[in-house]
Design a protein around this ligand. Structure first.
Ligand code: PLP
Length: 356
């Protein structure tokens, strides 16, 4: 088939999102959602926005939301662009800043959407292999006539943080190109590059409310950068769809961002559970990377990762396994509540007994 499909998509291999089962209740540790509910203030704002005002289009410039984001980061609203999830913001960035004649660099093991966007937008990707311990080799990002650089910090699915001095080296070595820093998981103990936005005009920091704020269902993400770069993102958006963030989402997201105390308390709980779960898995013989994200990336020298994935699923627990070179012996496990992680560790212990 594909009879009427455009040439652009006929050979595309799209991104595969993690499973969202509808048939039974699983302990869902497969898509890095926050186990805790969003801020009550955000939910109140959402309910309040659900009125006859929905007759009207939303503010295309997301003024109130951008003002709240700017205040949270100590930046000006002109340095903020808001979109329908950070996946949309990233897709707009690939269109706004990168051209086919020079390659876009990113790690061989990172968020797979970067490779999908590069292909879809007709760009050349220059894949830079991570070191054997999955740390980011800075040198290769600092050489060559790069058309763009994309770094997930912390990286997915390894959870490893890139030191800020290394990001600065990459920014300074690539003045000819935009450096995108995808901070989807920065809320769980990492150091944000938001403080570098005023100094480096080739930096764009991309953030999401999906992970740290527990609002994956709301679909709000944003970019921080020089006003001229934000204008390029508006140019792409207004060439496709001016109203990507709806009225209710703008109101709820602004309230969530303003409720910093709630947000920090939830993130602290996730980090405490992460430390406890990592220790328990290490005690079972797992190698666990030093994750600064809301997931653990684990490997057991004696066990087959796919078999563990299937065994966990039979016990009602979903985690993520990637059938990709270098990481097919690993599982990515979202940090859930303490109870969920206790159930996970218990199931892992049972499964590992089969390998004795
Ligand atoms: C989850 C994730 C995103 C996408 O977040 P949304 O805002 O929900 O679209 C972007 N980048 C990385 C690395 C992610 O893991």
């Amino acid at each position: 088939m594909k009879r009427y499909w455009s040439r652009r998509i006929r050979d595309m291999v799209p991104y595969v999102p993690g499973e969202q089962p509808r048939d039974r209740v699983f302990i869902k540790l497969n898509t890095n959602e926050n186990p805790y509910p969003p801020s009550p203030a955000a939910l109140a704002a959402l309910r309040e926005a659900a009125d006859e005002g929905l007759r009207l289009y939303p503010d295309p410039e997301c003024t109130q939301l951008r003002t709240a984001i700017a205040a949270a980061h100590g930046l000006a609203p002109e340095q903020v662009f808001a979109g329908n999830g950070s996946d949309e913001v990233l897709a707009f960035c690939f269109q706004a800043f990168f051209d086919p004649d020079r390659p876009v660099c990113f790690a061989d093991i990172t968020y797979t959407f970067y490779a999908v966007y590069a292909e879809y937008f007709g760009l050349t990707a220059r894949l830079i292999p991570l070191e054997a311990d999955f740390s980011l080799p800075v040198g290769p990002f600092c050489t060559g006539d790069n058309g763009g650089v994309v770094v997930a910090n912390p990286n997915a699915p390894t959870g490893l943080e890139v030191a800020q001095k290394d990001l600065v080296r990459i920014l300074e070595a690539n003045p000819q190109a935009v450096v995108l820093v995808d901070e989807a998981y920065i809320d769980f103990g990492g150091t944000s590059a938001d403080t570098l936005v005023d100094r480096y005009h080739n930096l764009v920091v991309v953030r999401t409310l999906s992970k740290g704020h527990g609002l994956a269902g709301l679909r709000v993400g944003y970019a921080l950068g020089h006003p001229d770069l934000m204008a390029a993102l508006r140019c792409v958006r207004d060439s496709i769809n001016s109203y990507t963030v709806d009225r209710a989402a703008q109101a709820a997201a602004a309230a969530a961002i303003a409720d910093a105390d709630y947000f920090e308390a939830q993130a602290a709980k996730v980090m405490a559970t992460r430390a406890r779960s990592a220790a328990e898995l290490r005690a079972l013989g797992f190698e666990v990377t030093d994750s600064k994200a809301n997931f653990l990336f684990v490997h057991h020298p004696k066990a087959d990762a796919k078999a563990l994935l299937d065994g966990l699923r039979q016990r009602g627990i979903l985690v993520r396994w990637f059938d990709r070179p270098r990481i097919s012996d690993y599982l990515r496990i979202t940090v859930g509540t303490d109870e969920e992680m206790t159930a996970l560790c218990k199931a892992m212990k049972e499964l590992m007994e089969e390998y004795r």
